[in-house]
Design a protein around this ligand. Sequence first.
Ligand code: SAH
Ligand code: SF4
Ligand code: F3S
Length: 496
Amino acid sequence: MYKEIDLNKIKLELEPPQEEPNRQYYFIAKCKEKVKEWENHLGYQPKCCVITFGCQMNARDSEKIRGILNKIGFEDTELEEEAEFILYNTCTVRENANLKVYGRLGKCKHRKEQGKKMCIALCGCMMQEPNVVEKLKSSYSFVDIIFGTHNIFKLAELFYIYLEENNFLGKKGQKEQKHKMIIDIWKDTNLIVEELPEKRKYSFKSSVNIMFGCNNFCSYCIVPYVRGRERSRKPEDIIREIEAQVANNVKEVMLLGQNVNSYGKNLEKPISFAELLQKIEQIEGLERIRFMTSHPKDLSDELIQVMAKSKKICRHLHLPVQSGSSRLLELMNRHYNKEQYLQLVDKIKKAMPGIALTTDIIVGFPGETEEDFEETMDVVRQAEYANAFTFLYSKRTGTKAAAMENQVPQEIVKDRFDRLLKLVQEKAEKFAQKDVGSVKEVLVEEVNRHDCSLLTGRLSNNILVHFPGKKEMVGQFVNVVLQECKGFYYYGHKID
Ligand code: SAH
Ligand code: SF4
Ligand code: F3S
C-alpha cells in the first residue's frame, strides 16, 4: 500500500533511518535531488523504461519498481531507445526466458558506447542464480545495478549508491572514475516491506501479493530457488491495501501467490486462504476477486464452498495439472495423481457449473513415454479446460529433474506439443462456443489496440470480448451479448 509522504519534509542532512520503509523514502528523496540535477543538464525530464519478463509476480514487482522510479523523478516510456534508466525484470523459469535478456542487453551496450548517459539495471529471478551474475560481471560489465527478488524495495538506495560511487553527475574538480557495478543479491529473507509507492497500468484493477516464495520444490521448477521460502503477508495488511485501492476506484483485484492455497500457514495467527477470501469479499465497492495460482494438492473443500457462495469471486480457476501421468506426477513431486486431480475437477464443476478451468502443462518431462503423454491428453479431454498454457520442458540447473536420465529427444517433444496444442485449442473453442448468444457482464479494460472503434472487456470467467463502444466506458461494467466466438475470445455488442 502506498503511503503518501512529503519528500520535502525528509531531513536529508541526517543519517538515513534504519527502519523500513522510512529508510527508502529517505533515499527516494536523495535520488530525487540528483535526478533533478540530471534533468537540468539534459534540458528535459529523464525517462525510465521497465521491461518485464515472466509471470504475474514479476508484473506486480514491476509496478512497485515503476512507483519508485516515478517518485524519484523519472517519466515512464515504453521505448527503450529513449530511456535514460532501463530496467529488465527477469524470469528464469525456462531457458528461453533467460536468453531473451542477453539479446536485449547487447542493444543497450551499443547505445552506451555511442555516448548516451544512462543507467542499466537488472533484477528478478534470473539474478538469484550465481552463474548468471558471474556471466554479467565478466561479459556484460557495462551493466550498472544488479539486485534480486528479495530486495526490490531497495531500488532507490541502490541507485543512490550507484550515482555516488560513479560520480555520475561529475562533481567539479573530480576526475572521471572507473565504472563500478552495484550488486546486491540476497539469498532469502523474511522481510516484507509494506507501504512503498506503486504505479499500476490500470486504475480500476490491481494485483496484490498475498504471499511470496514457494516451498513445494516441484522437481522441474526453479522458482523455490529464486523466490525463497513461502511467507504470507498479514491479512490486515492485505485488506488495508485493497481498501485503499478500492477507495481509489479499483473494482477488480487479483490475489497473487505461487500457491495461494497454502496462504496463512506460517503466520503468527494462522488463517486459511478461504478465510482470507471471505474477509476480502466484505470490502464494500470491490466487485470482482481473482486469484492465482492454486496447487491442486492444497485446494480445500472450504475454498470450493466459499467460491461457490461468493458473488464476487470470479468463475475462473487456474489449476495447473502439469501432466496426466500419475507416474510422472510422482517424479514431479506434485503430491496428487491423475485420479485425484480429476475427482477434484469434478467436485469443482459440480459446485460451480460452467466455471472456466485453466491449467499449465509441461510436455517432455524426463522419461515421458507416449503412454504418459496420452494420459495428459486424456486429462485435457476429461477436464474440458477453457484454456491451457503448454510448455516444452526446460532443464533448469540445480533442480532435481535436471539430474534425471532419459531426457526426451526434441523432435518427439515437439510432435507431442503440437498435438496437445491442437487439442487444447479445440477444447477452448468448445468451452467458449457454448455461451454464444448469452448476455454477460464485462469489465471494460481498454480501447482495442488494433481497431479503436472497439473496446476490450473481460468476463468473470476471464475470457475477452471485443465490442463497439466509446473510450469513456473503460473501467466500467457493461452487459454484452456474445455474438461470435473466435476460439479464445468473442465479438459482441453492448446492451442496456
Ligand atoms: N506456482 C505455479 C507456477 C509457477 S511457474 C504453480 O505451481 O502452478 C508457471 C509454470 O511454468 C508452471 O506451472 C509450469 O507449468 C511451468 N514450468 C515451470 N518449470 C518449468 C520447466 N522447467 N520447464 C517447462 N515449464 C516449466
Ligand atoms: Fe514451481 Fe511447483 Fe512452486 Fe509452482 S508450486 S512455483 S511449479 S515449485
Ligand atoms: Fe519466472 Fe520468476 Fe515468475 S522465474 S515465472 S518470473 S517467479
